[in-house]
Design a protein around this ligand. Structure first.
Ligand code: GLC
Ligand code: CA
Length: 563
């Protein structure tokens, strides 16, 4: 049976919840989240209806980039716990039917990794070619014009000169993250062994960090000069030698081989955020490569109904044509939180995320409407905030999860300072308060997740835009054999009346204000400013009564047991 013929793989149907390990729950009172902390919160994740958690890197690391700079891929950083803690977390998650996805960081290691220490020690070292080393040009400048991140996004900025051996090494992200040389068979083997190690420990999949950077031109050819006015984004989109290499697909195929030796493991690839539409299909490769190539468009595109409609429609049809499965992500640890738009818009976006055709990635805290926190300079910890010419702190979207109205919101004990500050409204914006408020964004999220779990149309139904709605409005249908929904979202600042000839009839089964559920829509439909609703719009022949009863059960849901 080919991969696509398997019935309903879990990663298509359920919600994947991203946990920034450092910020979820501290268990030992050092102000830093850890693995046992996550284990202690699995009942909450289960209550929320989550299918899988994705853990950001918890491996041994000097934490220059909070774990994306690994010194031992198969060891747990002491501040996060032990391998035993990890095994307990996986076991407890599996007992609750929750899958576990871990981060896999193959493009680079920490410059403190013993492989790199050996590699830099001499030109003759056996691990010299595990990384990418090159001589200066005759005029003493870097080997070519490849660019790095932030203020290193200038010609030659990806290279770091190393006095020890008088050569440059490639570091596409930061100088403390040297790029591995994936064309070297020993590097491939070592990194595939890492994958095998985690699959054998029971993880259900990996999120592969910056996978589209793996291949590098072996002749180190420079990139073509850019037209005037082009920026770093244009550079990375058009780059053909530093990234977007055809051999990257071969490396992904090797990972696929490892995943397939362990049954049913998912490969999720993080790609450059501005990946053009025509490249998504390439990375899925007819089910031979990635299962999900992460789609970040909703994290950076303007939240305007027309723009969203255009993107979703073209992305959805491009992936359908390629036989690939879509996915959507509206925020993560690298982007500003969706809460930055205010709670009304955050609610709309959560409704959009959870009703589109494609696997939703939900970032921890977005379900309680955590805002992007204004972290004062003296408390910023992100390495990018120290960039001399282009400071950009990602700390505001990485602040601790807020559980209760107790000091430090239950994230860590009262007497310690959490590693990043809380959002100022934590006494009200926390899980305990919102789980007893029927109209909270948490309650909205939980209901939408439940609706998704229970409704084939939402999981796998076809997607089609509804034309003829006002410009500020996004409306689409999801249709399956026996179930169908209609989603109508008003992104505008004014109330809207839907045209009657659209015949938007049916019962409201979810509303961003959690207040209109059960209301019947009969031709005329009025939406408040920034309001979204989901209408049960099943094909006529389906049985009305049993479906409404079923939805009643879903929407009432069980209470959250307090810890
Ligand atoms: C990815 C990670 C980001 C990290 C970078 C380098 O984009 O999400 O946090 O800084 O890769 O590993
Ligand atoms: Ca801790």
């Amino acid at each position: 049976m080919s991969r696509d013929d398997r019935p309903d793989p879990w990663w298509r149907n359920g919600v994947i919840y991203q946990i920034y390990v450092r910020s979820f729950q501290d268990s030992n009172g050092d102000g830093i989240g850890d693995l046992p902390g996550i284990t202690s919160r699995l009942d909450y994740i289960h209550w929320l209806g989550i299918e899988a958690i994705w853990l950001t890197p918890f491996y041994r690391s000097p934490m220059q980039d909070f774990g994306y700079d690994v010194t031992d891929h198969c060891a747990v950083a002491p501040e996060y716990g032990t391998l035993g803690d990890f095994d307990r977390l996986v076991r407890s998650a599996h007992e609750r039917g929750i899958k576990v996805v871990v981060d896999f960081v193959p493009n680079h290691t920490s410059s403190d990794h013993e492989w790199f220490c050996e590699s830099r020690s001499s030109r003759a070292n056996a691990k010299r070619d595990w990384y990418i080393w090159a001589d200066s040009k005759p005029d003493g400048s870097p080997p070519n014009n490849w660019r790095g991140q932030g203020s290193r996004a200038v010609d030659g900025g990806a290279w770091v000169f190393d006095d020890v051996t008088g050569q440059w090494y490639l570091a596409s992200f930061s100088p403390s993250q040297p790029d591995l040389n994936w064309s070297h068979a020993d590097v491939q083997k070592a990194m595939l062994d890492v994958l095998d190690f985690w699959f054998a420990r029971g993880v259900d999949g990996v999120r592969i960090d910056m996978v589209d950077f793996l291949g590098k031109d072996r002749q180190l050819r420079g990139e073509a000069p850019l037209p005037p006015g082009a920026d770093a984004r244009d550079y990375f989109i058009s780059a053909r030698h530093q990234r977007n290499r055809p051999e990257t697909l071969d490396y992904i195929r090797l990972m696929r081989g490892v995943a397939d030796r362990h049954d049913g493991r998912v490969l999720i690839g993080e790609m450059f955020y501005f990946l053009p539409l025509d490249r998504f299909a390439t990375y899925h490769g007819n089910g031979e490569l990635l299962d999900l190539a992460m789609n970040f468009r909703l994290t950076f595109a303007p939240l305007e109904a027309r723009a969203i409609a255009d993107w979703v429609d073209s992305y959805d049809s491009a992936l359908a044509a390629a036989g690939a499965w879509p996915n959507y992500c509206v925020g993560n640890h690298d982007t500003a939180r969706v809460g930055r738009h205010g709670e009304a818009t955050a609610r709309l976006v959560v409704m959009l995320l959870l009703t589109l055709r494609g696997t939703p990635f939900l970032y921890y805290g977005d379900e309680i409407g955590l805002p992007e926190v204004d972290v004062p300079p003296e408390r910023q910890r992100d390495r990018l905030s120290a960039d001399p010419n282009n400071p950009r702190s990602r700390d505001g979207g990485r602040t601790p999860m807020q559980w209760t109205d107790q000091p430090n919101a239950g994230f860590c004990p009262a007497e310690v300072e959490p590693w990043l500050p809380l959002a100022p409204d934590w006494p009200k914006r926390n899980v305990a308060a919102e789980s007893t408020d029927e109209r909270s964004i948490l309650e909205l999220t939980r209901r939408l997740v439940a609706l998704r779990r229970a409704t084939p149309a939402v999981q796998s139904g076809d997607f089609s835009l509804v034309a003829g709605v006002p410009d500020a409005c996004l409306a689409f249908r999801r249709d399956h054999l026996t179930s169908g929904i209609l989603v109508v979202l008003n992104f505008g600042d004014l109330p809207l009346e839907m045209p009657e000839d659209l015949r938007l009839g049916g019962m409201i089964i979810a509303a961003t204000g959690c207040d209109r559920v059960g209301e019947r829509v009969d031709r005329s439909l009025r939406l408040r400013a920034r309001e979204g609703i989901v209408i049960d719009a099943r094909p006529q022949q389906a049985d009305d009564r049993s479906s409404s009863e079923r939805l009643g059960v879903i929407l009432a849901g069980p209470p959250l047991r307090s810890r």
